[in-house]
Ligand binder design. Structure first.
Ligand SMILES: Nc1nc2c(c(=O)[nH]1)N[C@H]1C(S)=C(S)[C@@H](COP(=O)(O)OP(=O)(O)OC[C@H]3O[C@@H](n4cnc5c(=O)[nH]c(N)nc54)[C@H](O)[C@@H]3O)O[C@H]1N2
Ligand SMILES: Nc1nc2c(c(=O)[nH]1)N[C@H]1C(S)=C(S)[C@@H](COP(=O)(O)OP(=O)(O)OC[C@H]3O[C@@H](n4cnc5c(=O)[nH]c(N)nc54)[C@H](O)[C@@H]3O)O[C@H]1N2
Ligand code: SF4
Ligand SMILES: [Mo]
Length: 762
């Protein structure tokens, strides 16, 4: 396959034309993309009231392949009723994630029962009645509520409120498999779990670190910002085991000079081992202090823990740092030189940092490095986790977490005159494990693909299979609908953001609240998430009020009838009023309907070194360096990652264009490792991971990866990965997996276990 020399550029432009044809013409797609709705895809955030393809600073046009992919997918035709006759879940299990997505839009509720062995269309009334009856018969703490990050703030707020009044804190979101380590790590340093900067600050940085991510594919519009840093004479340091084409050179399609000639992005590209960042960041910090390039007065006046860090840095040996990071001292010196010379430095990071058993420590180590030179709490510099889903941050802000912040808990109780449960609540992995142990009986998932996002896919299927009931609110089919089947499974078809009948709001990774107008329904039969949640809440509490089947919460007894008029909660405007009163920093939400004024959430960004900790000082944490995994002769360290052509568990195309890979059933290995493991390019191999094996995978030569490290595509490879989690953030170590690669000896052994059929146990 042709390997591109830069990311973005003409391929991205041609892609737009191709996608326009699929969507029924350029004009139709253009109208959809320009509607006043926040981009549905990543959390960089575009669109909203300034119209689609506009960022927070008013730049236009900001559009990327991914936003087009998502839009065109939502513009697909409907799945017809006879589809369910033809395709049982067994057949759906044989389809790839791409084929499932391409089946079309879900437009009618469907019910699966284990007895019938298939999905059957049912009416909305029947579906809602069944769900309400199930909830009324189940102790609240035996249920869980999972949210993906694409839904609105309004849906998130309403669902968590309902779940808590129903009686459980088992409320969580996909962040536990994503940026939770960033939230936990940042909160442990600044007292606030989100970025310390706004987009505007990035425009003033003279050095940006991009650690453990591939924004060229995954957050394409960030590339324009990085390009501007370079044009201003600033620098970009990339820390990544893979030399990603688009981080070396990128052609920004909306910038004519860049489109024609391409732009250099990385000034310095450093390749650590997978999991080697903590050692590398510690090494850089050690050297900064050795050279006296740190800011002693900032550390003494605005931080706590500096003496301990200083002692730790003195004590730790260079041998250990170099062996565990995989980065030579020359390269560390180059980073330090750049950092010491810079005035405004932004540190950004993504999954290469959080998807480790030491994810929180990684984030704290990034913060340490920033604090050493006083780079937090000033304009133009700071800490910036690059978030995933378009509203994952908002979902967390409005309370879709097991534990509410104290202020939110108190205000919720006072505002509504209710009393909320005080049980600890379960994170996402604890829900999956609870389901397997029989402690949980009912699951409710708003968006996402709980099955497909889990490590240890076989276990995930078994755990969800152990539930009495699961409800999925979805727009399209995914592997979860095929393999994540409870005894009774209901899929409810919902409207996408730009089809909502009322306006909704979203929060970008820069703590910026956008308003989406919604738009005309594309398919009769879909309902808005808010409407569905309000209907279920109404049904459950009507039962309570009329003395119908009681909901017996094991701890707290049946829930009291609530003073909340759930029917009025069908109005997103009504929900926004409650959010404005309850969620700190969201006060401006109260009149956003009239003003249409999008806003930055108050109290989140730090432009003075006065932090949200009790004494206003930032906390410095010190760490032991974890051992480097996968160093035995027959082993290799594996990262699982996304390709250019997918969005999480949804695969749009098999090609990963900028990495020059044209299929997904591959393990990408450096030529040295092919040699070391006695393999050759294209050879069929079996991969043995901690949770399972995959057969018939192609060993593929991939010189851009650092020797000793390998890569495979998620979600297919989740059969391999164990449920090892970071004890602090509960996030699985999706990127620190040790595997063995074995050539397939005979032609007979060419079962293809990456197809999902083989992992389903019932
Ligand atoms: N096109 C597209 N865009 C997306 C998504 C998508 O699936 N497709 N998903 C969205 C979501 S939810 C998220 S969370 C983000 C994810 O955005 P990313 O974090 O960029 O995505 P991944 O593919 O998980 O991460 C892979 C990058 O991390 C590097 N890496 C792996 N291990 C390590 C390590 O130990 N150290 C370092 N320094 N680097 C490492 C890999 O080489 C690779 O470049 O993207 C969002 N945007
Ligand atoms: N091995 C490995 N595993 C990983 C990762 C990895 O890097 N490696 N990454 C992890 C990360 S970062 C994340 S965020 C998770 C992803 O976890 P999830 O968020 O659970 O999964 P997605 O694949 O994003 O969910 C896609 C589905 O959402 C539904 N959907 C799309 N739009 C809407 C909407 O507007 N409303 C509703 N209700 N539904 C909608 C569609 O049915 C679609 O199939 O996976 C995690 N798992
Ligand atoms: S970078 Fe993210 S928010 Fe911006 S257009 Fe692309 S997918 Fe949407
Ligand atoms: Mo994510």
């Amino acid at each position: 396959m042709k390997k591109y020399k830069s990311g973005g550029g003409w391929p991205a432009v041609f892609y737009t034309w191709r996608k326009a044809r699929e969507a029924g013409g350029l004009l139709k797609l253009w109208r959809a993309m320009r509607s006043k709705n926040a981009c549905k895809t990543c959390a960089l955030g575009m669109g909203g009231q300034r119209g689609g393809m506009v960022n927070e600073l008013g730049h236009f046009p900001e559009v990327c392949k991914k936003s087009l992919q998502a839009m065109v997918a939502d513009m697909q035709g409907a799945i017809r009723s006879d589809f369910w006759q033809r395709y049982s879940p067994r057949e759906l299990q044989r389809l790839s994630p791409r084929e499932l997505e391409a089946c079309g839009r879900l437009v009618e509720p469907v019910l699966y029962t284990r007895e019938s062995g298939r999905y059957t269309p049912i009416s909305w009334d029947e579906a809602l009645e069944r769900i309400v009856a199930k909830l009324c018969a189940t102790p609240a703490d035996e249920t869980f509520w999972y949210f993906s990050g694409r839904s609105s703030n309004e849906a998130g707020f309403l669902l968590q409120l309902f779940a808590r009044l129903y009686g459980t804190n088992n409320v969580n979101n996909c962040s536990y498999y994503c940026h939770q380590a960033s939230g936990v790590g940042l909160a442990s340093v600044t007292g606030s779990g989100t970025a310390t900067i706004q987009l505007e600050d990035l425009e003033h940085a003279d050095l940006v670190f991009v650690i453990g991510g591939n924004p060229a594919s995954n957050h394409p519009r960030l590339m324009r910002t990085l390009l501007h840093v370079r044009r201003r004479g600033g620098k970009v340091i990339v820390i990544n085991p893979i030399v990603e084409t688009g981080l070396v050179r990128f052609s920004v399609p909306s910038d004519i000079k860049s489109l024609l000639f391409g732009s250099n992005i990385a000034s310095l590209y450093i390749q650590p081992h997978i999991g080697g960042d903590l050692a590398l960041l510690t090494g850089v910090a050690k050297r900064v202090v050795e050279l006296g390039a740190h800011d002693e007065s900032y550390l003494e006046n605005h931080c706590q823990g500096w003496p301990e860090l200083k002692a730790r840095l003195e004590e730790i040996s260079w041998d250990e740092i170099i062996a565990k990071s995989g980065v030579a001292s020359d390269d560390i010196e180059k980073i330090v030189k750049c950092y010491a010379a810079a005035k405004n430095v932004v540190f950004s990071w993504t999954m290469g940092i959080t998807h480790h058993a030491h994810g929180v420590k990684n984030v704290q180590a990034i913060a340490n490095l920033a604090l050493l030179r006083g780079m937090v709490g000033r304009p133009g510099c700071g800490l910036m986790p690059i978030r995933g889903h378009s509203n994952v941050q908002g979902i967390g802000s409005v309370g879709v977490t097991p534990k509410l912040k104290d202020a939110i808990f108190d205000r919720l109780q006072n505002h509504f005159g209710v009393s909320l449960p005080t049980t600890p609540g379960r994170d996402t992995m604890a829900c999956i494990e609870g389901a397997d142990a029989g402690e949980l009986k009912v699951g409710f998932c708003v968006g996402g693909n709980l099955y497909g996002s889990n490590p240890d896919a076989k276990f995930a299927a078994q755990a969800i299979g152990n539930l009495d009931h699961i409800t999925y609110l979805s727009t399209t089919l995914n592997t979860g609908h095929a393999c994540g089947l409870a005894r009774e499974t209901i899929i409810l078809p919902v409207s996408a953001r730009d089809e909502e009948p009322q306006s909704t709001t979203q929060e970008s990774m820069f703590n910026y609240i956008r308003m989406s107008d919604g738009g005309p329904q594309r398919h009769a039969g879909t309902r808005s998430e808010v409407d569905v949640i309000a209907s279920i809440a109404e049904g459950v509490f009507k039962n309570v009020a009329t003395g119908g089947s009681p909901v017996a919460n094991a701890a707290a007894g049946p829930p009291a009838a609530t003073p909340i008029d759930w029917s009025s909660m069908r109005s997103t405007s009504q929900i926004r009023h409650a959010i404005a009163r309850i969620i700190p920093g969201f006060e401006k939400m109260a009149d956003i309907d009239q003003t249409k004024q999008e806003f930055h959430i108050a109290g989140r960004t730090f432009h003075v070194p006065q932090f949200a900790t009790p004494d206003g000082r930032a906390r410095i944490h010190t760490h032991e360096l974890p051992d480097l995994q996968g160093t035995a002769a027959a082993e290799i360290r594996l990262m699982t990652l996304r390709s250019e052509g997918q969005f999480n568990t949804v695969v749009y195309e098999d090609e990963d264009v900028y990495r020059g890979i044209d299929r997904r059933d591959v393990i990408l290995l450096h030529p040295n490792d092919l040699c070391r493991l006695r393999l050759s390019d294209g050879m069929r191999v079996t991969i043995h991971g901690p949770a399972g094996s995959m057969h018939n995978i192609r060993a593929t030569t991939f010189p851009p990866i650092k020797p000793g490290n390998a890569a495979m595509y998620y979600p297919e490879c989740n059969v391999l990965i164990s449920r090892t989690i970071d004890p602090q953030s509960k996030t699985p170590a999706f990127k620190g997996v040790v595997v063995r690669v074995e050539p397939i000896a005979s032609k007979a052994d060419t079962r293809n276990e990456q197809r999902f059929a083989s992992v389903v146990t019932h």
